[in-house]
Design a protein around this ligand. Sequence first.
Ligand SMILES: Cc1cc2nc3c(=O)[nH]c(=O)nc-3n(C[C@H](O)[C@H](O)[C@H](O)COP(=O)(O)OP(=O)(O)OC[C@H]3O[C@@H](n4cnc5c(N)ncnc54)[C@H](O)[C@@H]3O)c2cc1C
Ligand SMILES: NC(=O)c1ccc[n+]([C@@H]2O[C@H](COP(=O)([O-])OP(=O)(O)OC[C@H]3O[C@@H](n4cnc5c(N)ncnc54)[C@H](O)[C@@H]3O)[C@@H](O)[C@H]2O)c1
Length: 438
Amino acid sequence: MKQTKNLIIGFGKAGKTLAATFDKHGESTILVEESAQMYGGTCINVGCIPSKKLLFAGKKHDFASAMAQKTALISALRQANFKKVDDLANVEVINATASFVNDHTVELSTGEQITAERIFINTGAVSIMPKIAGIDGKRIYNSTQMLNLGDTQDSHPERLVIVGGGFIALEFAFMYQAFGSKVSIIELNDTLLAKEDDDVREVMQGLLAERGIEVHLGTSVEQFVEQDTHTEVLTNKLTLEADAVLVAIGRRANTDGLKLENTSVQLDERGYVVCNDKLKASDHIWALGDVAGSPQFTYISLDDYRIVVDDLFGSGTRSRNDRQIFPTSVFIEPPLSHIGMTEKQARASGRDYQVAKLPANSVPKAKIVNQTQGFLKAIIDKQTREILGVTLFCENSHEIINLFKLAMDNGIKADYFKSQIFTHPTISEAINDLFGQF
Ligand SMILES: Cc1cc2nc3c(=O)[nH]c(=O)nc-3n(C[C@H](O)[C@H](O)[C@H](O)COP(=O)(O)OP(=O)(O)OC[C@H]3O[C@@H](n4cnc5c(N)ncnc54)[C@H](O)[C@@H]3O)c2cc1C
Ligand SMILES: NC(=O)c1ccc[n+]([C@@H]2O[C@H](COP(=O)([O-])OP(=O)(O)OC[C@H]3O[C@@H](n4cnc5c(N)ncnc54)[C@H](O)[C@@H]3O)[C@@H](O)[C@H]2O)c1
């Protein structure tokens, strides 16, 4: 039986970063990854990077060329990620599936057993596939399969039906529309982006409509029927024909096959590993990233890593509870980015708040780049001048929103932004005018 100080299951963002830190501390570490195609984890191989590459490449290139560029990029990143970890003196990467024998011992699909002082579960999440008749059909894909349709024009779907209306659905809708697909979205809720304010939804509806992306709200799929040339998507309201169906209704914790029943680790009612605010699932087992029920973003998995490292080697002051606000971006055109409270939430909180809003078409840089759709919006506490929330639905918002994480974490008040010096011509400079309204 092999022995090591640290055993990491899964080559995700948290896991690989943790391996490098253990190496710096001279601690023996084994990182087990079940797929050689997943070195670097979801983000690099089947998540953020390939999807954003396709969104970007789709602006200028056809489907086949964009797919080929995407494949080349992620292959290079995967290799670089593997090498970066595998080259570490104290870290061994093993390509195998891990399952628990007990709290200290893991068995690999190779038959080998490993005992470790500490075990870190970083196995990510997988697409939820609903139990609908016909879901196993050959034209029905999850996001991973959709990113790997192949790099020939033949594999391009003329008609794409997307089940779900969240992050993945919206990004893939814009992506495939740019590749010339006729895209339809089927969303169970009566609204898209249910948590967002009405003005965000209005702009989103406009963007989708002008691209000819159909949205069917309050609609549930009842059956998929395979025909020779296409798949029929039967819903409670209408039937759609599809050359490809993407199911994107959320992702669940990937604990399949881990045999956690052999350990003291518990799962919550949604299937996520139960852990405390320092991500400890038992005395010497931690869970990090999507599998731990953390918000499903690469940068949150990285932040989970920071919490664990702070606990093991640092001041022990970090916790899950101290990252109450963090920015998000949906990478469409223009990108939709948000941090803190929406107007709806501010109203519900009972605070005395004030809202400022600026249309993107009043910003010179937006005119330069011909992207004048959307708006910038900020919400502050009227009394304390504290920034409560910012929504940027405009060009470059995915970059600018990070400024407000810094500001809000450090208590920088609204008035600062009235006169902050920004470069020109940029979208960021519009923040002067936005906050000038307060
Ligand atoms: C299409 C798509 C687009 C996305 N876009 C963005 C985005 O733009 N920005 C963003 O921040 N987030 C995005 N996300 C979410 C982000 O990718 C995830 O939140 C993040 O990658 C999760 O990282 P992780 O560290 O939890 O684990 P992961 O990166 O998921 O790694 C888990 C690893 O564990 C391995 N594994 C699983 N079980 C075992 C086992 N038993 N033994 C050994 N190995 C195992 C898996 O093969 C995998 O490599 C996107 C996700 C998807 C699906
Ligand atoms: N830009 C980014 O940061 C980015 C991009 C992609 C994914 N992600 C992450 O990945 C996660 C998973 O993405 P996702 O889009 O699968 O999930 P999601 O939670 O963002 O959206 C799921 C959507 O599906 C709808 N839905 C649920 N059941 C349904 C059903 N039976 N029929 C029709 N609609 C149904 C929900 O109402 C919701 O609108 C995201 O929550 C996000 O954390 C992030």
